[in-house]
Design a binder for this molecule. Structure first.
Ligand SMILES: Cc1cc2nc3c(=O)[nH]c(=O)nc-3n(C[C@H](O)[C@H](O)[C@H](O)COP(=O)(O)O)c2cc1C
Ligand code: SF4
Length: 475
């Protein structure tokens, strides 16, 4: 059995496998912050797919105004959250922890509150809010709690190298750590010694003069020594380089650091793995065994296995890959990777989030609202006269087209395979079922490329490979 399916004990919880759904805002809750039917459907679907740890999307510890966002800021939210915990536990083997967040004020005028505007009383109130929310998480029946110290939010802004405070909460690294450590200490006091406490923070701020893995390694050691049970590492997602749109509040994922947070298809697979590699090595060197969650465009079983085998991480986080196919863990476990519906990293989900619209995957059939579920075993097929695949070089790209396949349920998409110089065909991209074309702009003059496509259905059954076609790109 793959190491990915070995259990891992984290304080009082034992994860059944090494696969983690990192927090992913869904915009499915209303501005009331309450758990609703859509939220229940989304998370039970993830649990059912077999993931070892479900981290529920960021939920607010305080009552500040925001767009649609879950809340855990008062007992009013507890019944919905308890029910969600129960349903996720019933749906699958994985553990469930909420990610809890504090954020500062922001307005459409372009103004935003920064950490240097907070009084000492405001800082004390943040500590209290985290403590109360974490205690509530425990009462709600979750298996642990994760503190959000990443991206553009309050605790991350204290950790940031750009923290502008001039007092004991800014300047030196120890000062930048002061509030995050106070929060850890208070939360631990509230939740007790047996309840797992995770922290998510940035391994690299990915902004000019921001901190990198050099500081992140020290932050991790300090947090682990303070009793944090797991460390989840993210990248970027900052206000400092966000796109300015007059009349709109700044959104922290619109600049380069936002790209680095959710690396799109222009980035190599495993784009952020240098982060957990460096941070985990620093923890081990300090004699700390704290598990590390590695994240960032990990979409294949081979890469996930390599994360563990190479000591890059102890757990493999996959946000978009699991959004595209929540059944991925069960499919990998059953050695059915060939049935996984692969994320194409086009980041439609990211832009939905940016625009405060419900976060669905572009691959899902329209209006379904959740990933499709099918146990059908009949694969799609090509028409009698085959796929009629055609490819030509035009305006700097190869355009590949084919006739649509058919399926007893529905063709969900096509995998595009490519080889160079008639070598082995490897998966190159996937396109949605409504399309029967793919434009490949990653071609070099003087090379020849061979293409073939394979249809897949809602259950992920792959149909037969099409005929192949070779194109010579002019030198
Ligand atoms: C739509 C969307 C919402 C996200 N919301 C959160 C969030 O609430 N908290 C968080 O820490 N990260 C959030 N992230 C970042 C992911 O957890 C993850 O770090 C990132 O997508 C990179 O991992 P991936 O390549 O496996 O998708 C979000 C990502 C996406 C795409
Ligand atoms: S919308 Fe695109 S990037 Fe997001 S999960 Fe779906 S395929 Fe992946």
């Amino acid at each position: 059995m793959s190491e990915l399916f070995s259990p891992l004990a984290i304080r009082s919880m034992t994860l059944p496998n090494r696969l983690v759904l990192p927090a992913m805002v869904t915009r499915l809750s209303g501005e009331d912050g309450l758990v609703n039917e859509d939220i229940r459907a989304r998370y039970t679907r993830f649990s059912k797919g077999g993931v070892g740890l479900v981290v529920l999307e960021a939920m607010a510890v305080h009552s500040a105004k925001s767009g649609p966002l879950l809340r855990i800021s008062s007992d009013e939210f507890a019944p919905g959250l308890s029910d969600l915990a129960k349903r996720c536990h019933a749906a699958g083997p994985g553990m469930v922890v909420p990610q809890i967040i504090h954020f500062l004020k922001i307005s459409r005028s372009g103004w935003r509150q920064t950490v240097d505007m907070l009084s000492l009383a405001d800082i004390d109130a943040i500590v209290d809010a985290y403590g109360e929310a974490a205690a509530r998480a425990r009462r709600c029946g979750f298996d642990g709690v994760e503190l959000h110290m990443a991206h553009a939010y309050t605790l991350s802004s204290f950790l940031s190298a750009l923290n502008p405070r001039k007092d004991d909460y800014g300047g030196s690294l120890e000062n930048r750590l002061r509030l995050p450590l106070r929060v850890v200490e208070r939360v631990r006091r509230e939740i007790g010694l047996d309840f797992p406490l995770g922290v998510r923070f940035l391994g690299d701020e990915c902004i000019r003069n921001g901190y990198t893995t050099v500081d992140a390694a020290l932050i991790a050691v300090r947090l682990a020594r303070a009793g944090v049970d797991y460390i989840s590492l993210s990248a970027g997602g900052k206000f400092e380089d966000a796109r300015v749109i007059p009349g709109e509040p700044l959104y922290p994922y619109t600049g380069y650091s936002g790209d680095r947070c959710m690396p799109g298809n222009q980035y190599p697979d495993g784009a952020n793995l240098y982060i957990p590699r460096a941070v985990r090595a620093a923890l081990r060197e300090a004699g700390l065994e704290t598990p590390v969650i590695a994240v960032g465009k990990i979409g294949t079983k081979a890469l996930a296995e390599d994360v563990l085998a190479s000591g890059t991480g102890d757990l493999v986080g996959m946000a978009r890959a699991l959004l595209a196919d929540p059944d991925l863990p069960n499919k990998w476990k059953d050695n059915r990777e060939d049935r996984v519906v692969r994320c194409i990293y086009g980041n439609v989900c990211k832009s939905l989030d940016e625009n405060f619209r419900r976060v669905d995957c572009t691959l899902w059939p329209k209006k379904l609202g959740q990933a499709p579920e099918s146990h059908d075993e009949i694969p799609p097929k090509w028409a009698e006269n085959g796929s009629r695949i055609h490819a030509e070089y035009r305006h700097g790209a190869v355009l590949v087209r084919w006739e649509k396949a058919t399926d007893n349920e529905a063709v969900y998409g096509y995998q595009v395979f490519r080889s160079k110089k008639a070598g082995v065909l490897v998966h190159h991209a996937s396109v949605r079922g409504v399309s029967a074309r793919y434009e490949d702009s990653r071609v070099l003059g003087g090379e020849s490329y061979t293409y073939a496509v394979r249809p897949y259905d809602l259950a992920g059954n792959r149909g037969p490979m099409s005929e192949s076609i070779t194109v010579d790109v002019p030198g």
